[in-house]
Unconditional design. Structure first.
Length: 116
């Protein structure tokens, strides 16, 4: 599986994925910082990468239909400080599966909701 970490997440999240054997890049790596969500989405589609983000705009299935993506993961967390986000991210790592392609995952502290 291939992932792109959005600019609103710590870049260390990509390191966590790489250490687990996944391919991961960041929006920072590709000089996409500050670009519109639609540009980020297009890059993810062309690279066949799952976007991982805190940006709830990506949870809008009318704008970003899950079936058009290799996966969308939106983190909806009560705290967004770096240590907390990385802790949740470590937990998320254990849940990753082939059920990403064509799906939207909305992840909070206690649940993962999966939408087609």
């Amino acid at each position: 599986m291939k992932f792109k970490i959005d600019e609103n997440l710590p870049v260390e999240a990509a390191d966590i994925l790489r250490k687990a054997g996944y391919e991961a890049t960041t929006v920072h790596d590709e000089n996409l910082v500050g670009k519109p969500d639609t540009d980020i989405a297009s890059v993810c589609q062309s690279e066949k990468r799952t976007i991982i983000t805190l940006d709830t705009d990506f949870a809008d299935i009318r704008t970003y239909p899950p079936e058009q993506f290799s996966g969308l993961i939106v983190l909806r967390l009560k705290q967004q400080d770096k240590p907390y986000v990385l802790k949740i991210f470590e937990r998320l790592l254990n849940l990753l599966s082939d059920k990403l392609d064509g799906h939207l995952w909305i992840v909070d502290e206690k649940h993962v909701r999966v939408r087609d």
